[in-house]
Design a protein around this ligand. Structure first.
Ligand SMILES: Cc1cc2nc3c(=O)[nH]c(=O)nc-3n(C[C@H](O)[C@H](O)[C@H](O)COP(=O)(O)OP(=O)(O)OC[C@H]3O[C@@H](n4cnc5c(N)ncnc54)[C@H](O)[C@@H]3O)c2cc1C
Length: 491
């Protein structure tokens, strides 16, 4: 096992120990020696270590006893088998999302939930003779749960030319594909776009994104490998992490979860880590048939609700600090609250409609999520815009902690930066600085892009919503209206 010999839910110390391996992570043109010590990565590494400690601070909500091993494991690794199992997972996800204010989209619970959902659906994974792959997947799920690994995932191939199939770009050499079978496994090559959390993960999980076509067998691969596997390289985007204290960079000192392009340069994947190999139909089916959306969107929607709650509280306090009671401001605050309440209502509806999807596995109902999936990517940018409109110049008039500590400046700051009704300059600066880090800094820009795209673009999923609706819906209203018209003509 990686990272020491402890089994079950890890502590922050266990987590950081496991990070120190031979992973090939590049940032700003240099290979990163030690992720936990790198100035642009240390903040998020500390946050994630805190995440592992946090689960021991909330054991009733976040940990469960695995009946087979007797180990205490994270609830987010469990396969939901009933409405109450799903409810238990809801409570755990809510507690987790509060730890990052909903700002880390890919805290380890994201892939935990995905993997547990796949492991529950053996009826889907074992089709087309994929018995060995399914057995490997189940064993991997248990191994991940018992080691409490943190996983990053890569499902989308890099974009080269949108006018041709992605498997045809670069003479077929760019999308991730198998190049050889070996005695111990398979050799894979290619690149995948943006694996969030990559520098901080223990393992990379590669599973299906967009569908493949007949003849694409060598691209039909699902597997997982340790981050330090030879040939595996991660090229990080620019860092938006601020190497400053929490007072001056309240969010970007802590929550830059990073996104890296994954290059697989002749990587050998051991046979027992291959969950699907060469079966195009199954590759195309697993995401739809295994209920991926209905499963993962419980996690993502709970995180979104926490982030919207934070946004609403923050925006409300901003207006109180400058005593802005104008109808325009109140309207905009109400707009944020509306998005929050609609998101919460969709989750409630999805959980109320939860049912058994196959192999005794329970997921939410999909239609509320199908509506939310293209909608939230438009709401979040609007929430950011509202916070900018409410904040105006106050978002930038936020003295640093060094300026507050300067005895000559302090009396001036206290006088000229105060808020309405006796609000201190310190509180005003803290709230507006937090707001700017939420909507205006590099981290904020990346966060907006994340919300727009992390589950796929709004445009793509509005089309999916309409195709799904056309397939399954007949309200009978148009027919009845036309019949009424014809009846009147006849009369
Ligand atoms: C910050 C961030 C983090 C990410 N993290 C991860 C990660 O951890 N793991 C991972 O696997 N992926 C990750 N992704 C990638 C993510 O999965 C993709 O960005 C997402 O699937 C959308 O694909 P795309 O970027 O190719 O955009 P597309 O969905 O292709 O959309 C791009 C544009 O083209 C339009 N468009 C394209 N095709 C269609 C279509 N068929 N119908 C309608 N409109 C269309 C869209 O409207 C949009 O404007 C991340 C992305 C971002 C931005």
């Amino acid at each position: 096992m990686q990272g020491g010999d402890r089994m079950g839910a890890r502590t922050g110390k266990d987590y950081l120990r496991a990070l120190a391996d031979d992973r090939e992570v590049y940032l700003d043109g240099e290979r990163v020696d030690d992720v936990a010590a790198h100035p642009s990565l240390a903040g998020a590494a500390r946050t994630l270590a805190g995440f592992y400690d946090y689960q021991h601070e909330h054991p009733d909500l976040l940990l469960a006893t695995d009946p087979e091993s007797g180990e205490r494991v994270p609830v987010t690794h469990l396969v939901p088998r009933s409405a109450s199992g799903l409810r238990r997972r809801h409570d755990a996800l809510e507690c987790i999302s509060r730890y990052t204010l909903g700002l880390m989209g890919r805290s380890p619970d994201y892939v935990n939930v995905t993997l547990a959902g796949f492991a529950g659906r053996t009826d889907v994974w074992s089709r087309d003779g994929n018995d060995e792959g399914t057995a490997n997947l189940l064993a991997y799920h248990r191994q991940t749960m018992l080691n409490d690994w943190s996983l990053t995932h890569a499902i989308v191939n890099v974009t080269v030319d949108r006018s041709i199939p992605e498997t045809a770009t670069g003479d077929g050499q760019i999308a991730v594909h198998k190049v050889a079978d070996t005695s111990g496994g398979i050799v894979v090559r290619g690149a995948r776009a943006l694996a969030t959390l990559a520098p901080f993960a223990d393992e990379l999980f590669v599973y299906p994104g967009y569908p493949l076509m007949e003849g694409d067998e060598r691209y039909a691969l699902v597997f997982a490998i340790p981050m330090s596997t030879p040939g595996l390289k991660f090229l990080c985007r620019d860092s938006y992490s601020a190497a400053r204290g929490i007072a001056d960079a309240p969010l970007s000192s802590r929550f830059d979860e990073q996104d890296a392009v994954v290059v697989l340069d002749n990587v050998e994947v051991p046979r027992e880590r291959v969950f699907l190999d060469g079966k195009v139909d199954l590759y195309n089916r697993v995401m739809q048939r295994a209920g991926w959306t209905a499963n993962i969107m419980q996690q993502t929607t709970i995180r979104a609700i926490t982030k919207l709650q934070f946004a609403w509280e923050l925006a409300t306090r901003m207006t109180e600090i400058v005593n802005n009671t104008s109808p325009a401001a109140t309207e905009m605050l109400g707009e944020i609250w509306t998005y929050l309440e609609l998101t919460r209502s969709a989750l409630t509806a999805a959980e109320a409609g939860a049912h058994e999807w196959g192999s005794g596995t329970w997921f939410c109902a999909e239609p509320p999520f199908a509506a939310l999936r293209p909608t939230l990517p438009r709401w979040f940018p609007r929430v950011g815009e509202i916070i900018k409109l409410l904040g105006g110049h106050s978002l930038l008039t936020t003295p640093t902690s060094a300026e507050f500590a300067d005895p000559a400046l302090r009396p001036l700051i206290d006088r000229y930066y105060q808020g309405a009704k006796g609000v201190s300059a310190e509180e005003r600066a803290a709230v507006f600085r937090l707001a700017w880090d939420f909507v205006g800094t590099g981290l904020a820009g990346r966060s907006e892009l994340y919300e727009r795209f992390y589950l796929g673009s709004a445009g793509r999923f509005l089309q999916v919503a309409q195709r799904t609706a056309v397939r399954g819906t007949d309200f009978g209203l148009l027919g009845s209206a036309l019949t009424a018209g014809r009846a009147e003509d006849r009369a």
